[in-house]
Design a protein around this ligand. Structure first.
Ligand SMILES: Nc1ncnc2c1ncn2[C@@H]1O[C@H](COP(=O)(O)OP(=O)(O)O)[C@@H](O)[C@H]1O
Ligand SMILES: [Mg+2]
Length: 289
């Protein structure tokens, strides 16, 4: 995807299976929003092939649009509407295409029952974001795009949102593509993680598969005679077995901490950026020869 003379996306290739939850991760400015907006048909791409529910989003009609749900990164319109009224009204739009959510169930599902009669402009940031999510799912989409849906959520709202995502994917078989900067959230929700950096997908796999690929080490902590010890190893089980063979009963406070998705993600992006810079340095040397 080219903005002016800058290629922001250069080789983004991935596929989503029905009912899968995909998390698209990447540093600020990596092109996550651009990618999502192209898939939603909100932004025309400058090159490449895209198929969403069997249709090129650039040519998607109303019936196609009714099958997808969209939560943009920032959405600040509808401010004069009241929560329940707005969702009721939007629901009618989807009626010809299927069975939209019952409005009260929807309001409850996103945790806005107490605020159902407030104007959108009177909601707090997190409440407004819940309304955005409700607007995105009101038509029971087959495919849902969520661009930083939980930005501004408190821990409680976040937990409720996670339950909702699980419900949508498990019960309704909704396919979901979301972006987030919260790697715990990505690990909890996503069947597959996509990492976007330098305009391409540099990793695609489950959180487990990614951490195996990076072969990040586990950290073993224990205490013996009141002293604390830490050791990094790629074979935590073997190391702990040896530890007990040697010291047995003396070992206390044993803890094994595997690499989190955050460790893996940071390592991936760091390696990618280092590689990128090496490649840049090589081409610089060539030019100066
Ligand atoms: N309309 C636009 N015109 C020009 N450049 C843009 C436009 N929208 C985004 N960009 C640039 O494209 C890059 C990717 O942006 P974006 O897709 O918003 O990334 P992300 O969502 O991963 O933070 C950024 O460098 C951004 O400045
Ligand atoms: Mg973005």
């Amino acid at each position: 995807m080219r903005y002016g003379t800058v290629d922001v996306l250069r080789g983004v290739t991935f596929h989503a299976n029905r009912g899968e939850v995909l998390a698209l991760l990447g540093p600020n400015g990596a092109g996550k929003t651009t990618t999502i907006e192209i898939l939603e048909g909100f932004r025309m791409r400058s090159a490449g092939e895209v198929s969403v529910l069997g249709t090129d989003p650039a040519a998607g009609d109303e019936a196609w649009r009714a099958r997808i749900g969209v939560v943009l990164q920032s959405w600040r319109d509808h401010s004069k509407w009241r929560v329940r009224e707005l969702l009721q009204h939007l629901g009618t739009y989807y009626e010809p295409y299927g069975k939209p959510w019952n409005v009260d169930q929807l309001v409850a599902a996103v945790g806005l029952t107490e605020h159902a009669h407030k104007k959108a402009s009177q909601l707090s940031g997190g409440q407004r974001r819940r309304l955005d999510v409700a607007i995105g799912i009101v038509g029971r989409p087959e495919l849902l795009f969520l661009d930083e849906p939980t930005a501004g959520f408190d821990p409680h709202a976040r937990r409720e949102f996670h339950d909702l995502v699980h419900r949508l994917s498990d019960l309704d078989d909704t396919t979901i593509l979301l972006t987030t900067h919260d790697l715990d959230e990505a690990e909890k929700l996503a069947d597959r993680i996509l990492v976007l950096a330098g305009g391409t997908i540099i990793a695609d796999g489950s959180a487990d598969a990614l951490s195996r690929r990076m072969a990040t080490e586990a950290e073993v902590r224990w205490s013996r005679d009141g002293d604390l010890f830490v050791h990094s190893t790629s074979d935590a089980t073997g190391f702990v077995r040896q530890l007990f063979a040697q010291y047995g009963q003396e070992i206390a406070d044993l803890e094994v901490r595997r690499a989190s998705l955050e460790d893996t993600y940071l390592a991936l992006v760091r390696d990618f950026e280092a590689g990128d810079q090496e490649a840049a340095a090589r081409s610089f040397e060539k030019r100066n020869r």
